[in-house]
Write a protein that binds this ligand. Structure first.
Ligand SMILES: [Zn+2]
Length: 244
């Protein structure tokens, strides 16, 4: 696509196009652009946010193992990632509850995702809350198998306007997919997991505390965000139906 534009507009445009590619770090096979520094390898576990300390990991492991026993029937904190689940925070700023909550719905350990993606002066910023081999608590019915990524946005409309945030999310998802050999089919939106649970609360995604039917509650991050992410990652652009 870029090639067409170049031939139509001439050499100067090509120089600008290549420069843009270098800046954005797109390592397309069509360019000689260098590899973008890995978000995963440069990520460090957050120590604190604005003086609010991140979680004590030993405490989290103990509590999430007990949670796992109640919800998934196995007492373990260890995670082997098999899926990636995207969320938005429904907040304007960094969601402190992800590092300071001690319970949620009267149950420890509180809520925490693996990552929070925010935007600072037009740049996407990656905060890592938990190690990737430790179970998070962000995706009811799927914590046992998934990496959870929270995106700072008020709602789907707000998120769709945040180009730098979306670019960072897509780059991070691509890296997590590569590291754990997770196919695009296993990159989900939170609301899609809820839809799976509603269809079968004791299927591939499940929770032992669900009795009877499950009523979906989540709308994040929304079908247009998921279509955008999937398209960028090389899949078909499709809209979540909630019926699959
Ligand atoms: Zn969510």
């Amino acid at each position: 696509m870029m090639t067409n534009r170049f031939w139509r507009n001439g050499r100067n445009v090509m120089a600008i196009a290549v420069f843009t590619v270098l800046l954005s770090g797109n390592s397309s096979a069509e360019t000689d652009a260098p590899e973008k520094p890995s978000l995963l390898s440069s990520a460090r576990i957050l120590e604190d946010y604005d003086g609010v300390p991140n979680r004590n990991l030993d405490e989290w492991k103990k509590d999430i193992a007990a949670y796992s026993l109640r919800h998934y029937g196995v007492s373990k904190w260890e995670l082997s990632p098999k899926a990636i689940i995207l969320h938005y925070t429904a907040t304007a700023g960094f969601p402190l509850n992800l590092i300071e909550s001690r319970s949620f719905q009267n149950e420890a350990p509180g809520v925490a995702s693996h990552f929070v993606i925010a935007e600072d002066e037009g740049h996407g910023v990656v905060y890592q809350i938990l190690p990737l081999d430790v179970m998070s608590r962000a995706s009811f019915g799927a914590n046992f198998c998934s990496i959870s990524i929270e995106i700072v946005a008020l709602n789907e409309e707000d998120l769709l306007k945040k180009e730098a945030t979306l670019d960072t999310v897509i780059a991070l998802v691509r890296e997590v997919m590569a590291r754990y050999e997770i196919p695009l089919e296993r990159v989900y939106g939170h609301s899609e997991i809820d839809a799976f649970l509603a269809k079968n609360p004791h299927g591939e995604f499940f929770d032992n505390t669900i009795q009877g039917s499950f009523v979906p509650r989540k709308v994040d991050p929304g079908p247009r965000v998921m279509a955008r992410v999937r398209f960028a990652l090389g899949g078909e652009q499709r809209v979540e139906s909630g019926e699959q």
